[in-house]
Design a protein around this ligand. Structure first.
Ligand SMILES: Cc1cc2nc3c(=O)[nH]c(=O)nc-3n(C[C@H](O)[C@H](O)[C@H](O)COP(=O)(O)O)c2cc1C
Length: 327
């Protein structure tokens, strides 16, 4: 909670979705997010930083929402090089991705693939925190295969000056299936000497209220898919009124701005439409007939058809709806 008794809400990193363009556009249209963890950057061999690697994190692309960069790496030396380049841009903290569930990542002992190896996690933290003291936060899952793998890691996390521990209470193998393991999360919260941020399946204000009631010791809340499925959700959680008019029109204006900004940077119409299709996988949840528009968007070929389908949908949907903030 901050001085106003507001919960601290982070936008979760969603690779391909919550990049700099999304974050800036979101901040222009909606309230309630206090900051974001950016989708991960990967490290490469040696001390060279690839041209363009830092583009997403350049301060001029991130003026509208405070952001913590995230790095996916198992090699302390490479992590430190990239972290220092990010500090040179003005960032105070970097986040270590210790949760990526994808098999091809985990097989190489990166992301959630490191969770069954407390010795490797400890060696990484030893080297990294000697080089960047007090400047690391961690985003993790409960384990790779088993939810109790984290119990061997908690004493290690406690032994280092980690700024914040963000826990998504699933295993890597679960990906996004099943329900978050709140019993195991409670155990981690009890064990942690560091501030703990909860992340996972907050899709409504009621979801949030239940979790806040159950876990008053949590220092912050991270929401990903729930923000894409209802961009008004963070404001609703904070009781901020966002009813400046019609919610559908506001969503449409947000969508159109996002589209225009992607149109300026995507190489070719196919990439542009693919990017927008990725958003609709989640945007669809906002609309009562979301499944229908999702099907139509997925079938759209080219920008003309995409614009036609989406414009027709927004024209039809543009009726006032009740505000989830309760006003
Ligand atoms: C498409 C997609 C991309 C993701 N990319 C990242 C990422 O780059 N870094 C990360 O730590 N987590 C990533 N995640 C996991 C989310 O940050 C978050 O932990 C997960 O979606 C659960 O939170 P939610 O239920 O609020 O969405 C990704 C998830 C999805 C669905």
């Amino acid at each position: 909670m901050n001085a106003n008794n507001f919960p601290h809400i982070y936008l979760a990193p969603l690779r391909g979705l919550t990049g700099a363009i999304f974050r800036a556009t979101y901040a222009q249209f909606f309230q309630g997010i206090d900051g974001a963890v950016a989708p991960f950057l990967t490290t490469i061999e040696g001390t060279r930083i690839k041209a363009g690697q830092l583009k997403e994190l350049l301060p001029e692309n991130n003026r509208d929402m405070p952001v913590v960069p995230q790095i996916l790496s198992k090699t302390a030396e490479r992590f430190i090089v990239l972290a220092k380049a990010l500090f040179d841009l003005g960032y105070e903290t970097v986040n270590w991705n210790l949760g990526c569930p994808f098999a091809r990542v985990a097989q190489k002992k990166r992301g959630s693939g490191l969770l069954p190896h407390p010795d490797l996690v400890q060696a990484f933290l030893d080297k990294t925190l000697a080089a960047i003291p007090n400047r690391l936060s961690i985003k993790t899952r409960l384990g790779r295969r088993h939810a109790d793998e984290i119990l061997a890691l908690m004493p290690i996390f406690n032994a280092y000056p980690i700024q914040e521990l963000i826990i998504h209470p699933r295993t890597g193998e679960q990906m996004y299936t099943g329900t978050p393991d709140l019993v195991r999360f409670a155990q981690c919260l009890d064990l942690s000497k560091r501030p703990v941020v909860y992340n996972g399946d907050i899709n409504t204000r009621e979801d949030f209220e239940k979790l806040r009631h159950r876990f008053p010791a949590v220092s912050g809340w991270m929401i990903g898919r729930g923000v894409l499925g209802d961009p008004f959700l963070p404001a609703a959680i904070k009781g901020l009124s966002e009813c400046n008019g019609n919610r559908i029109d506001q969503f449409r204006h947000f969508h159109d701005t996002l589209y225009e900004r992607y149109a300026q940077v995507r190489h070719g119409p196919a990439h542009l439409v693919d990017s927008m299709k990725g958003y609709w996988t989640y945007f669809a949840a906002f609309f009562p007939d979301g499944e229908r528009i999702l099907k139509q968007v997925r079938k759209a070929h080219g920008v003309d058809q995409y614009r036609q389908v989406v414009n027709a949908f927004f024209d039809r949907a543009s009726n006032p709806t009740a505000c989830s903030a309760g006003c």
